[in-house]
Design a protein around this ligand. Sequence first.
Ligand SMILES: C[S@@+](CC[C@H](N)C(=O)[O-])C[C@H]1O[C@@H](n2cnc3c(N)ncnc32)[C@H](O)[C@@H]1O
Length: 259
Amino acid sequence: MKGRVLFVGAGPGAPDLITVRGLKALQAADVILYDSLIDPALLEGLRAERIFVGKRCGRHSMRQERITRLLGELALAGKTVVRLKGGDPMVLGRTGEEALHLCDLGVPFEVVPGVTSAVSAPALAGIPLTHRGVADAFTVVSAHRRDDAEDFSIPPYAPRRSLVLMMSLRTSPAWSRQLLEAGYPADLPVAFVSGGSTAAQSVIVTTVAGAATQAAKIRVDAPTLAVIGHVVALRARLAHPPPAVATTPPVRAAAGSVA
Ligand SMILES: C[S@@+](CC[C@H](N)C(=O)[O-])C[C@H]1O[C@@H](n2cnc3c(N)ncnc32)[C@H](O)[C@@H]1O
């Protein structure tokens, strides 16, 4: 009998920011393939076999092709497989290519959305991506690139659009240069948000011109995104102490209350 695969979003980091549906999927799984940035508390007390397949800072524990193949093999062996990813699985998470492989094999799959860091990490740092009279649009851009010649998909400057650059720490000299060349003001505010939603959450506010210098001060292994635009100034009034991070693993806390 064929099993199935559930692509589950774990949320931005704090273990209690997974969805109820995501939690149920973890409890029902036979096998969980999980990425870096997943809080170990989320995996405590589960019956499933756990396989770490994460990659951080260019280091891969398992190559992407192998992960994709393994999902298919496990499901064809009749397992209920959870592919657990940080944030939302469909945002810069390679879920599409893994799911396409399952389509080719005829393996059923589901997507369980998660809270993406692209929106929640700025929000928890006191930065709403839209704000009446300040910004009415936002764009999320990957600042990862396969080679140094590649441009980032940065849109033309629009004063009422916020920009979120993901995976943007190492490439800050290149994207800040591209922003200046595209006509973004040198003094436009930039906020680096690291470890959003976790106890280690930290924020550095700078400008487009100062971004590369400030980025160099941030630990490269901290998941960090950059928010660019006038909304960053709202942080001065909207920032509040980081929310308490759950210490009880949600899986255990929810046992019995989640069918
Ligand atoms: C490969 S992308 C995956 C994004 C994920 N699927 C999501 O929806 O949040 C990884 C990047 O997300 C951002 N990121 C993930 N978690 C974060 C957090 N807690 N705080 C700040 N940025 C985070 C960082 O830019 C990191 O380099």
